[in-house]
Ligand binder design. Structure first.
Ligand code: PNS
Length: 172
């Protein structure tokens, strides 16, 4: 049985991620979407929220499941017998960011990474941009799977309220 692990922060999952997961699932028996921690990023959504939104997004995709993964990704891959990592590439910047990780993961256990080119319709979709658009009140509903936009908006509203309270305390 061939298992691919599709890792990422998924903060939040986007239609771009979903497209890569769907196309990847046609190449192997099972795709495990691994919601992991990127040491260089401070997520907007909790791990539980990211996992829950990803689970809902892939619910109708056969052979796809979502797991929260702590520690080294390659250790998780080994523990479930995954033979390949799956990642989407939108552009050269993605390649520059992904190549060192792919090479490090291969160095660690020999696991290969398969890159799928992003669909043209998703080349501009990035979780970071989605969050920024939502933060400033812009529409993100057609960039993310159903149910995701509401959670992102709610998180930003909470943050704004929190910041307002802190600013009030600082001035008061
Ligand atoms: O969506 P992202 O933020 O680009 O995903 C990066 C992620 C989470 C896949 C990467 O940071 C990762 O693999 N983290 C788990 C810890 C690990 O194995 N680090 C070494 C990576 S070479």
């Amino acid at each position: 049985m061939s298992i691919a692990v599709c890792p990422g922060s998924f903060d939040p999952i986007t239609l771009g991620h979903l497209d890569v997961i769907r196309r990847g699932s046609a190449l192997v028996d099972e795709v495990v979407v691994a919601v992991a921690t990127n040491a260089g990023k401070q997520p907007l959504l909790s791990l539980e929220e990211r996992v829950d939104l990803a689970r809902r997004a892939v619910a109708d995709l056969p052979g796809v499941r979502v797991e929260a993964v702590g520690g080294l990704l390659v250790d998780y891959c080994r523990s479930i017998g995954a033979s390949v990592l799956l990642k989407g590439l939108r552009n050269g910047a993605d390649y520059d960011a992904e190549l060192p990780m792919a090479l490090m993961n291969r160095h660690l256990t020999g696991i290969e990474t398969v890159f799928l080119p992003a669909d043209r319709s998703a080349v501009h979709i990035a979780s970071s941009l989605v969050k920024d658009v939502a933060r400033h009140g812009g529409p993100i509903d057609d960039l993310v799977p159903e149910g995701v936009a509401e959670v992102v908006r709610a998180r930003w509203a909470e943050r704004a309220e929190q910041d307002g309270r802190e600013a009030g305390r600082a001035h008061g």
